[in-house]
Design a protein around this ligand. Structure first.
Ligand SMILES: [Zn+2]
Ligand SMILES: [Zn+2]
Length: 330
């Protein structure tokens, strides 16, 4: 029997490739919590009095975010928003219901369940097929990303949250960084930094406490805590492989060959960009003429309104009901 490298008393059950250590269940779970705590502290991501809006999708990462944060932050100062995309076979109702039950058990009482259909009038898959029929080559992930960000920010703002919290892990962060670099999106790269201020006062600051935790670690953590999940991959990743999907594949192989690569990449960028990220200004972004939400400096109509128009939705409903407390699944 191999003993844990930390406590030297319990049997090791996890091999942590990036540190070369073998850990028991307890020491592994504690390691994840302590690394999240350290990352939050390092950048002053969350203050004790902050009201947090957690964006949870129902997968393992959202379970880990909820479980770890409720050990670090007061759950009565946490709220949850969960968005159903409306992609056949993906982001299923049961997963979200399980997470919501778990959040309530932990003492989170504001839970908002909403959907892309509720916000725009159509499911994501309907928007995507309309766009494709009209020859718009935009990836479904672009629509999904824009819509999710918009809806999360909307609820964080109307519910008075100080921070919007997402479950992005180090794999996600490394992919985004490499995609930003390959596209030459220097501002996007800086905006990823934990010290970067939001681009507008109408955007609630976004924080990512799991940004130094590997995806395999969130899966292992969830499993060791007895959270049963089925990883369903979104079908669009096969239909329309994006640059991000290719980068993900390449980084995955690199990490297999040289464990710790992704963590070192993100840590290096954190240190390199700290000064510039800190001095980014909060410019008052212009308001979109159609929806009134902040848009890029050179734009009169925001990217989301533009994309939906190209898909054939001239006047999306953007009807978001304002709900307090217990909400039902749409
Ligand atoms: Zn141990
Ligand atoms: Zn707009």
């Amino acid at each position: 029997m191999v003993l844990c490298d930390v406590c030297k008393s319990r049997p090791a059950v996890v091999y942590q490739a990036h540190t070369g250590m073998r850990l028991c269940r307890e020491c592994f779970l504690r390691d994840v919590v302590e690394r999240v705590r350290a990352e939050i502290k390092r950048w002053g991501m969350i203050e004790p009095r902050d009201r947090l809006m957690l964006a949870l999708s129902g997968g393992k990462d959202s379970f880990v975010l909820l479980d770890v944060l409720s050990q670090i932050h007061n759950p009565s100062r946490m709220m949850v928003v969960s968005i159903v995309e409306g992609i056949p076979g993906y982001n299923r109702r049961e997963d979200i219901e399980k997470i919501v039950r778990y959040a309530r058990e932990r003492g989170v009482d504001v839970v908002v369940l909403t959907s892309i259909r509720e916000y725009t009038g159509l499911d994501l898959s309907e928007i995507v097929s309309m766009a494709w029929r009209r020859g718009v080559k935009e990836s479904p992930c672009t629509y999904d990303g824009l819509l999710r960000r918009r809806i999360i920010n909307f609820y964080a703002r109307v519910y008075g949250a100080d921070k919007a919290v997402t479950a992005h892990n180090v794999d996600d962060e490394a992919q985004t960084a490499v995609v930003n670099i390959l596209r030459g999106d220097w501002v996007g790269l800086l905006r990823q930094h934990p010290l970067a201020p939001p681009a507008s006062r109408r955007l609630v600051p976004r924080v990512k406490p799991l940004r130094k935790i590997y995806e395999w670690e969130t899966a292992t953590y969830a499993m060791l805590r007895g959270f049963k999940f089925q990883e369903t991959e979104c079908m669009y990743i096969y239909l329309a492989p994006t640059l991000r999907a290719r980068v993900r594949e390449a980084l995955y192989r690199l990490e297999q060959e040289r464990p710790g690569s992704l963590l070192r990449l993100v840590n290096t960028l954190d240190e390199l960009l700290e000064g510039q990220a800190r001095s980014l200004s909060v410019e008052e972004l212009p308001e979109c003429e159609r929806c009134g939400e902040p848009t890029s400096p050179a734009r009169r109509v925001c990217k989301l309104c533009e994309l939906l128009e190209r898909a054939g939705m001239v006047s999306p409903s953007y009807q978001v009901p304002y709900r307090w407390g217990r909400a039902s699944l749409p």
